[in-house]
Design a protein around this ligand. Structure first.
Ligand SMILES: Nc1ncnc2c1ncn2[C@@H]1O[C@H](COP(=O)(O)OP(=O)(O)O)[C@@H](O)[C@H]1O
Ligand SMILES: [Mg+2]
Length: 289
């Protein structure tokens, strides 16, 4: 594992509006390679796929070799948005389900996208089967895939589904730097408590190096509620980067059926893009592109 001899300091965030200034704890250091990030929150619509896809794109644009794992059986996540080039195949291409069942290798389920340097492991609704079949060792499946890839990636990101089942645990085990996206407007303390319990259990039983790296307040608007949730998250996750991702119709449009383009292609100047560029640069300890 290559660790930079001098850890660069994170960007200052001066380019963001004052009300959106991120909280970077003094203990925060950019992640050293290989970077392994898990976008998790068991509530649907909290901004996981948006964060995973936009972050993956920005890291790829920074020159990193990035792989995004779609760990959600529901349609509408990373596979749909990035539409990986699975070639001319009849039926469903080899995907995460096949790898987890031992029917395809990690290389066989990794496909290029229109973004240079960005690859996707796709999933389809058939992925639901895996939790019903419940094969032994499922929790180690994604970590195994990452470790058994012929050409390793600089960055591995998992985009979880809305559950805390065995598949999500597999994502946590494979990618233990946790990013929690949540909507300030729908803040749900019970959901967060349940998530923290899962994170603690996974950390103590299977993955001691698991840690909450960032909490993202998705679709933020300038409001007292945003500030209150921001302050609460700063208290609850003292070691994590806390920041807002601005609300933008562009990011919503980019993933629509009729458009399906990465945000940087569809709306390169959208302000929300600055938020993801800032996040990518801070996590990787590099200048934003
Ligand atoms: N910053 C944002 N501004 C506007 N819409 C957003 C933003 N982030 C996410 N959305 C929209 O919210 C919906 C849910 O987001 P998504 O990332 O799919 O959540 P999850 O993966 O947690 O279910 C999508 O329609 C998405 O386009
Ligand atoms: Mg999603």
């Amino acid at each position: 594992m290559s660790v930079p001899s001098v850890v660069p300091s994170p960007p200052a965030g001066d380019e963001l509006p004052a009300w959106l200034r991120p909280r970077i704890p003094t203990s925060f250091t950019p992640l050293s390679a290989p970077i392994r990030l898990c976008c998790i929150m068991q509530k649907g619509g909290s901004g996981k796929s948006t964060a995973a896809v936009c972050l993956a794109c920005e890291l790829a644009l920074m020159g990193k070799r990035v792989r995004l794992w779609d760990v959600d059986a529901q349609l509408g996540g990373a596979t749909h948005w990035l539409n990986p080039d699975t070639g001319d195949q009849r039926g469903e291409p080899a995907n995460l389900l096949h790898m987890l069942k031992g029917e395809a290798s990690p290389d066989e389920v990794t496909y290029p996208t229109s973004v240079p340097g960005l690859y996707v492991v796709p999933s389809y609704t058939s992925l639901k089967q895996i939790e019903l079949d419940s094969p032994p060792g499922l929790e180690q499946g994604i970590e195994w895939g990452i470790n058994n890839t012929s050409e390793p990636f600089d960055v591995e990101i998992t985009d979880c589904g809305p559950s805390l089942g065995r598949l999500t645990i597999a994502a946590l085990v494979g990618t233990p730097n946790v990013i929690i996206p949540l909507k300030a407007s729908g803040f749900d303390l019970n959901a967060l408590t349940e998530l923290n319990r899962t994170l603690d259990l996974t950390k103590s039983r299977v993955k001691p190096d698991l840690q909450v790296t960032a909490v993202l307040l998705s679709e933020v608007l300038k409001s007292n509620l945003t500030q209150a949730v921001f302050d609460a998250m700063c208290g609850d996750y003292p070691e994590a980067l806390i920041m807002g991702i601005r609300q933008s119709v562009k990011v919503r449009e980019a993933s629509l059926d009729s458009i399906r383009k990465p945000l940087h292609d569809y709306a390169p100047d959208a302000t929300v893009r600055q938020d993801f560029q800032y996040l990518a640069a801070t996590l990787a300890g590099q200048e934003a592109t």
